[in-house]
Design a protein around this ligand. Structure first.
Ligand code: GTP
Ligand code: MG
Length: 382
């Protein structure tokens, strides 16, 4: 709660910050909505709202919960010799209509075999492609959820899935507000950017202008002496897609040391999840470390279960998933939220215990929020 403002507090509890300001005013405290408040003010609010102000963050609390089971998310992966190279995980970002979806589709279908008859591509929220770079097959994982939700919602939860951002800029439109927004998100996350200057098939395309515009935002193309790779592409005409993939690999090699221990118990993130009528809860997860296997007991947010089956982006059964690989997991008891973490644990019992504790905590937090809202309403009415 350090540095928290009334706005932060109000957001957390789902009330109006202005009402909190008003309430405090009645209690003799002059506080604005955005200034950070001290603990005394939080205590006063807590007392008045019949709410125990939590000084512990939910993240800390969860860390404690896991550690009571001798678990840690993001635990040390061991020595250099235990680590092997893992593929980069890429998110595509950019202004509305600049071609993110079309580019993701083109990259996916440009990949081996996807166009074959019968090879139905499943939308699982992430996929992997293989590309040849200097005679070596290199894999890249794309997170395929709409917009940059994956990126932002996961970051908001403190989890980072993305290693590299592809910034899509339509060459006819040039840099637009959400281009800059995306750029800032990636910068804030410390994620290197590869620029895909898209729609170069168009008459009105001006890729040079895009380079000039982005240079002004500090994203200077290599050919201008900067360190960002720009690739002119057309998602529509499937032009230069291989060059774009190569740029991603080269950027990963040049500025990131992407390695993971594939021997340990798997840990990673939930990319998306839904309830399938026939199959029950279905979650697409991204393995970040370790290897996930059919039969593993896992806990994912407040959901748990044993991995009954795993499918890849082609809808084919796989028995294991190594670091950076996305997989659709069947066998959970409930649908976890996007951005929540998953961990392999010793057995089903442990998975259930952790999940139940998380659920109880979520329920208690919800009840507390409801109570605060009710008290505040009463206060306002009096
Ligand atoms: P939002 O998801 O709404 O933000 O848009 P988006 O960035 O996903 O754009 P989308 O892929 O839906 O493309 C927007 C429009 O541009 C569609 O009509 C695409 O067919 C078209 N488009 C995308 N890429 C190209 C391209 O390389 N050339 C041309 N000519 N059109 C393209
Ligand atoms: Mg789209």
């Amino acid at each position: 709660a350090r540095g928290a403002s009334l706005t932060d507090f109000a957001d957390k509890v789902g009330v109006d910050a202005a009402q909190l300001v008003q309430m405090l005013f009645h209690l003799g405290e002059m506080v604005t909505a955005t200034e950070s408040v001290n603990e005394a003010v939080l205590d006063l609010l807590g007392e008045e709202l019949n709410y125990v102000v939590q000084v512990v963050s939910p993240e800390d609390e969860d860390r404690e919960l896991l550690s009571s089971f001798d678990l840690e998310f993001g635990e040390d992966e061991g020595d250099d010799s235990d680590l092997s190279v893992r593929p980069p995980v890429v998110t595509v970002m950019g202004h509305v209509d600049h071609g993110k979806t079309r580019l993701l589709d083109a990259l996916r279908s440009a990949n081996v075999g996807d166009k074959e008859a019968g090879g139905i591509t499943q939308h699982i929220g992430a996929y992997q492609v293989t590309t040849d770079v200097d005679g070596t097959d290199r894999r890249i994982t794309f997170i395929d959820t709409p917009g940059h939700e994956a990126f932002t919602s996961m970051r908001a939860r403190g989890a980072q899935a993305t290693d590299i951002a592809i910034l899509v800029v339509a060459a006819d439109d040039g840099v637009m507000p959400q281009t800059v927004e995306a750029l800032n998100h990636a910068k804030a996350a410390g994620v290197p950017i590869v620029v895909a200057v898209n729609k170069i098939d168009k008459e009105s395309a001006d890729p040079t202008k895009v380079r000039g515009q982005l240079s002004e935002y500090g994203l200077v193309p290599e050919e201008y002496g900067g360190d960002a790779m720009f690739v002119d592409v057309s998602a529509k005409s499937e032009l230069n897609l291989d060059k774009l993939l190569e740029a991603v690999v080269l950027t990963a090699d040049a500025s990131l040391d992407l390695r993971a221990n594939s021997e340990q118990d798997a840990q990673g993130l939930v990319i998306e999840a839904h309830l399938d009528r026939g199959r029950g809860p279905v979650a697409t997860v991204l393995v970040q470390r370790g290897t996930l296997r059919v039969g593993d007991s896992i806990v994912a947010g407040p959901a748990y279960g044993r991995v009954r089956a795993m499918l890849d982006e082609h809808g084919e059964n796989i028995t294991e998933a190594d670091p950076s690989r996305p997989a659709m997991v069947l066998g959970l008891t409930a649908t976890p939220g996007a951005g929540q973490t998953f961990l392999v644990v010793d057995d089903d019992r442990m998975a259930r215990q952790i999940a139940e504790k998380r659920e109880a905590r979520e329920r208690a937090a919800m009840q507390a929020k409801r109570r605060v809202r009710r008290t505040l309403e009463d206060f306002m009415a009096s």
